[in-house]
Design a protein around this ligand. Structure first.
Ligand SMILES: *[C@@H]1O[C@H](CO)[C@@H](O)[C@H](O)[C@H]1NC(C)=O
Ligand SMILES: *[C@@H]1O[C@H](CO)[C@@H](O)[C@H](O)[C@H]1NC(C)=O
Ligand SMILES: *[C@@H]1O[C@H](CO)[C@@H](O)[C@H](O)[C@H]1NC(C)=O
Ligand SMILES: *[C@@H]1O[C@H](CO)[C@@H](O)[C@H](O)[C@H]1NC(C)=O
Length: 405
């Protein structure tokens, strides 16, 4: 088995020598051959995947120690949608070096209004615990591996409308308390193991093949892991010391760790949706200039629990994420598990909160709540997340980085 990576390197180098020399003569002409060659390599590639699986399924209950790298992270992200009314919760905490956390918190409660963390659109807060994820009043605990989490908040939130700009004004701050118990209703989709090889083959085939390119791809693969699972959050929320409201929300939990340098990501669009027939889907189109400028990844959980990586999609980043433009509607087609899907999203432009990427100084995340339709008839709930690296984000004045002294 250990011989396999060496063999792969050899085959890649041979292909490289063969194709690299001709590339200048016939640009693009080799792409189908490259794709085919890579597809074979990736498919015959059980040992690598199994090794990744062994490494990747370990998801300890405590946040793992960050790697010694300025871009190390350990991020947990939750979405929950009521599906019978407009209530939703989006919460994220990502541990970063130097005692910092990226924190997102947005919610809406039917009949009461929308709320966001008063720090927003800033996302950097001090990390408040080594044992759990905690920052800005939000805490996330892993109770039982791959099954249960607890998400809670106790503090002030700012009443909407969501701010698109930084402002000194405090706004209308309201005491909010909630505690949600999350339980999975799907298995885990492990991006490093379960993704469909043909999406990578297609993306790699579009890039110039150099030794450095393969080294960067390999490094990226070994540095970043992502697990996703869908589930239900049940609990209570108390706003402005009024009566408690019961919540029962469905959504995704995403756990990503390793190393992520936001500066390497140019742009992405991510669709996360759960449908009334029980289907759950994730589709990301991403441009990472150093490796894959045009990669589509994602998966579907079928109503019977089966999971499948997305094999093909017509989604185009250039079309979906034009400079600074977020449209009202998007449509994508994709195939997974031998089935074709057509998904359309109608964005709620009033409910499209933003966070600025405090780590690199520029870059904006847009978290747009959307109504979905699957194959024109099945209703769905979720969001479309956009990341624009070069969108000018105003720097937040007096941003406190690192723990309070
Ligand atoms: C919940 O997750 C566990 C661990 O991955 C899995 O064994 C179980 O089947 C999942 N439950 C459902 C309903 O999918
Ligand atoms: C909205 O729907 C959810 C899920 O059915 C329910 O838990 C909640 O109590 C409803 N009302 C409000 C105000 O959220
Ligand atoms: C991106 O890749 C897809 C195939 O996966 C292709 O159809 C599309 O033309 C590519 N887009 C660009 C801008 O190269
Ligand atoms: C992809 O397919 C959907 C239909 O499902 C369509 O609405 C959309 O325009 C297509 N996108 C592109 C880039 O062709």
């Amino acid at each position: 088995m250990p011989a396999l990576p060496a063999l792969l390197a050899l085959v890649a180098a041979a292909l490289l020598a063969l194709l690299g020399a001709r590339r200048a003569a016939a640009p693009g002409a080799w792409s189908p051959l490259k794709r085919w060659a890579l597809g074979c390599l990736l498919l015959c590639h059980g040992a690598w995947r199994q090794r990744a699986a062994a490494e990747g399924t370990a998801e300890p209950r405590r946040p793992r120690p960050l790697r010694p790298d300025p871009h190390a992270l350990d991020s947990v992200y939750f979405t929950g949608f009521a599906e019978t009314n407009k209530t939703f919760v989006v919460a994220r905490l990502a541990k970063r070096p130097a005692g910092m956390c990226e924190m997102w918190l947005f919610l809406r409660v039917e009949g009461i209004g929308e709320f966001e963390h008063p720090q927003h659109p800033n996302m950097m807060v001090p990390d408040e615990s080594e044992e759990i994820w905690s920052g800005g009043g939000l805490t996330i605990e892993y109770l039982e591996p791959q099954m249960c989490w607890k998400i809670s908040f106790d503090g002030l939130l700012r009443k909407g409308p969501y701010r698109q700009q930084w402002s000194e004004e405090e706004g209308d701050l309201v005491p909010v308390k909630f505690s949600l118990h999350w339980e999975n209703f799907t298995e885990v989709f492990n991006f490093n193991v379960d993704s469909h090889p043909s999406t990578f083959a297609r993306a790699f085939a579009q890039e110039p093949w150099t030794i450095q390119f393969f080294q960067r791809v390999k490094k990226q693969r070994e540095q970043h892991f992502r697990h996703e699972q869908w589930g239900q959050s049940v609990g209570e929320i108390e706003i402005d010391n009024r009566e408690k409201i019961e919540l029962s929300l469905k959504g995704v939990r995403s756990h990503s760790y390793g190393i992520r340098n936001w500066a390497e990501i140019y742009r992405y669009v991510m669709i996360l949706a759960h449908f009334e027939d029980g289907t759950a889907a994730h589709l990301t189109v991403i441009n990472i200039p150093a490796t894959t400028t045009n990669l589509t990844v994602g998966y579907v959980f079928f109503p019977d629990g089966r999971k499948a990586g997305i094999e093909w999609s017509n989604a185009s980043l250039a079309e979906m994420a034009e400079d600074g433009v977020i449209k009202d509607e998007y449509g994508v087609s994709f195939t997974a598990g031998g089935k074709d899907f057509a998904v359309s999203a109608v964005l709620d432009k009033q409910t499209c909160p933003v966070v600025f990427n405090g780590l690199v100084g520029s870059g904006v995340f847009h978290e747009c709540i959307a109504d979905f339709q699957l194959d024109g008839s099945t209703q769905g709930w979720g969001l479309v997340e956009f990341y624009y690296r070069d969108e000018a984000a105003q720097l937040v004045p007096n941003l406190q980085l690192g723990p309070k002294t």
